[in-house]
Design a protein around this ligand. Sequence first.
Ligand code: C5P
Length: 220
Amino acid sequence: THLPDMQGKRIVITAGPTQEAIDPVRYMSNKSSGKMGYAIASAAAKAGADVVLISGPVSLQTPVNVTRVDVVSAQDMHKAALVEANTADIFIACAAVADYRPESVAQNKIKKTSDELTLTFVKNPDILKDVAALPTAPFTVGFAAESQNVEEYARKKLAAKKLNMIAANDITAEGLGFNSDNNALHVFWPEGDKQLPAASKRELAAALIGLIATHYNENN
Ligand code: C5P
């Protein structure tokens, strides 16, 4: 796939899951291999951009010419993203951030003495929304993993988080998405949309970088 020339552009990407500690040996997390975000980072670097990849815990190799910042929790990712986004031209939120974290982390391993265990969770910050709300916000791109009414929810998210673009994937599609090397995306922006049919995450990432470059140039 043909890549646009993104030399001189600073692109910040979040990828992978976050882990929210419960006690010293347990955490809550989301299903995410990080493959889509890593493929986007790789495509952006090949297009000549300066790429920072803020990554949750994944077992993937850092793509060539990409600066990787490792984080564990949503709060860590939020902090790193807001710092990096200040000087970014484009921000792409691919991470599967945990929406909630345990209210407190137990100092010691929780023992299995009772038949029931109740934990209280509190809401994590919305990284993407906070980046899009920055006074000098970069061109912001979000992802939406939906299992129904994909277009409706994606359009709502685009407006609610004040994004420039959102890439939706239908998580019920067989053989695509989670942990797969393939995916399909339906990309929406305020005035239009484009379907990127099932392909390898590498090819989709290149197509998405192409779409982002086109619309970034229209806005800047
Ligand atoms: O609202 P929802 O979680 O479905 O939005 C998904 C998009 O928002 C993704 O781009 C994801 O990376 C981003 N997100 C975020 N911080 C959160 C939750 C989601 O950046 N706390």
